[in-house]
Ligand binder design. Structure first.
Ligand SMILES: Nc1ncnc2c1ncn2[C@@H]1O[C@H](COP(=O)(O)OP(=O)(O)OP(=O)(O)O)[C@@H](O)[C@H]1O
Length: 246
């Protein structure tokens, strides 16, 4: 299978501490992947490297059909390449409605820099309704985003990222702070989104990871410790020793 993202021998050292150590692994074009591992394993640093926030000391991050190296590109350029990132804390515009938030994301995706002169077309409004349905907020379009529950805000932000049609979506601990029902719905959103793009989820909640029902990469000390189905990696003695058994 051709790869969408190929992390190839990357290392990064912070003040003499090797946070990522010759890390290599691949993500396919329409793949859902969970990344797990103990605190300090390098999960966040991996995402920082892919999105251009942190520059590795060594290695390549090859992207897309042309296998272009993302290392050296700035964050804006990498976002333009089609890589979206969802941070742990939701950052929606609380004073704006759900519809307005989605429209703003769509406007940015269309590259319309003039806020004053941009008017959404019928197709844009249809897309906003599709996105709202995809994230389970079809009945909340006119609600102020500040009134939404924590989970709903997270879904809205995922919708805003999906509006930009990323080829790869990186999601950091989506289940944190959610009710069990919200977690279940979040799983559905991510599984659905991964049918048409790659979605990489960093998560500590094993129940959540189980429901994602996807390939799992276990990081430890900045390298891949194990990879495969959740049952495969959780049966690995080293994974039990460094992560699960704690
Ligand atoms: N900017 C930085 N400066 C110095 N050290 C850093 C920096 N960023 C990360 N580190 C260190 O690198 C290591 C890897 O951190 P990282 O945040 O990537 O781990 P993580 O797997 O995401 O952990 P967690 O599950 O706790 O979020 C940690 O020891 C961390 O303290």
């Amino acid at each position: 299978m051709s790869q969408l993202l190929e992390v190839n021998g990357i290392s990064v050292t912070f003040d003499g501490f090797r946070a990522i150590n010759n890390l290599s692994f691949n993500i396919g074009p329409a793949e859902l992947r969970a990344i797990i591992g103990p605190n300090g394993a390098g999960k966040t640093t991996f995402m920082d490297i892919v999105t251009g926030k942190t520059k590795p000391d060594e290695g390549k991050v090859l992207w897309g059909d042309m296998s272009r190296n993302l290392v050296g590109m700035n964050e804006a350029r990498i976002a333009q390449e089609g890589i979206g990132r969802k941070f742990q804390k939701p950052t929606v515009f609380e004073d704006q409605s759900v519809e307005e938030n989605l429209l703003m994301a769509l406007r940015n995706a269309r590259g319309a820099f003039s806020v004053l002169f941009w008017r959404p077309t019928d197709a844009d409004m249809t897309r906003v309704r599709e996105l709202a349905a995809e994230i389970g907020l079809a009945n909340e379009l006119s609600r102020k985003s500040g009134e939404l529950s924590h989970g709903q805000k997270q879904w809205l932000e995922i919708g805003m990222l999906l509006a930009q049609e990323p080829k790869l979506l990186l999601v950091d601990e989506p289940a944190a702070g959610m009710t069990p029902e919200e977690r279940e719905h979040t799983t559905d959103i991510l599984v659905e989104a991964a049918k048409t793009r790659a979605v990489v989820v960093v998560e500590h909640d094993m129940e959540f990871v189980r429901r994602l029902n996807c390939k799992v990469t276990v990081l430890h000390e900045g390298s891949v410790l194990a990879e495969g189905s959740l049952d495969h990696v959780t049966a690995n003695q080293q994974v039990i020793d460094v992560y699960l058994g704690r």
